[in-house]
Design a protein. Structure first.
Length: 254
């Protein structure tokens, strides 16, 4: 989406604050012994209280209001009363929504309780890499150069990136141009970030896999070589200098 006036900016700020607040509060609400359907219902109530509608539910008829992925599930995990949160789980929550015709997207991975399975270094790497990637984005920068940065930073830390999951444009719908903000240098992508556009930038940092595959439920994705993945995502406004992080209040970097 290209922001051309103050009304559009305010619209994007409002929906971004809604998804950011929901993500932060869901992360705080998650408890050992809770099922993921309870956690999703909590998120749905928060979105509704702000007048926002779940983007995956509205757009794709997703069987839930937020995506909640646990441990070896990489993304698009379906909330379920059968999935019980356990000590040390690697949890990813992705919250996207529509409000007054504007759409925003954010997500984050975290460890529940004590880090008994040693997932925290992966989570920390994903956070740090997203922060560095976003700090290098401004109008005119090649999208593929940001992908190279993400993959290089992942390799430095001993990790890989998922090549078939990408960030994307957002604003008037959940997915817009640019459709692929990859986590690696895609030499065929010659496009650049454009000033005053809104994009969702996300990291997909993994321990062993480089591609994600969809399970038989038609939604949940896991690694082609198993392992674990951490994801963090912000919706940002591209400028000629440092970008404006519209979902900063989700506090995924804290």
């Amino acid at each position: 989406m290209l922001i051309s006036n103050e009304t559009e900016l305010l619209g994007m700020q409002k929906v971004s604050e809604a998804v950011a607040y929901t993500l932060k509060e869901m992360r705080n609400y998650a408890q050992i012994g809770m099922n993921t359907k309870e956690l999703d219902d909590f998120g749905a109530k928060l979105l509704s209280s702000m007048g926002a509608k779940s983007a995956p539910f509205v757009t794709y008829d997703f069987p839930g209001y937020t995506c909640i992925s646990i441990n070896n599930e990489f993304c698009h995990g379906i909330p379920s009363p059968k999935t019980i949160l356990q000590e040390g789980d690697l949890i990813n929550i992705d919250v996207s929504a529509e409000l007054n015709g504007y759409w925003s997207d954010n997500g984050g991975s975290f460890v529940l309780g004590k880090d008994i399975h040693l997932h925290q270094p992966l989570v920390d790497a994903s956070k740090a890499i997203l922060e560095k990637a976003i700090s290098h984005i401004k109008g005119g920068v090649r999208i593929s150069d940001i992908g190279l940065l993400i993959e290089t930073e992942a390799k430095k830390r001993g990790y890989k990136v998922i090549k078939n999951l990408t960030g994307h444009g957002v604003g008037r719908s959940l997915h817009e141009e640019p459709h692929e903000i990859a986590n690696y240098k895609d030499r065929f992508n010659l496009s650049r970030f454009k000033k005053n556009t809104v994009v969702a930038v996300e990291t997909f940092i993994s321990t062993t896999s480089t591609y994600a595959e969809t399970l038989s439920d038609g939604w949940t994705m896991v690694g082609d070589k198993s392992g674990f993945m951490a994801q963090h995502e912000h919706t940002i406004l591209v400028t000629s200098e440092q970008p404006v992080i519209l979902t900063a209040s989700n506090e995924i970097w804290k």
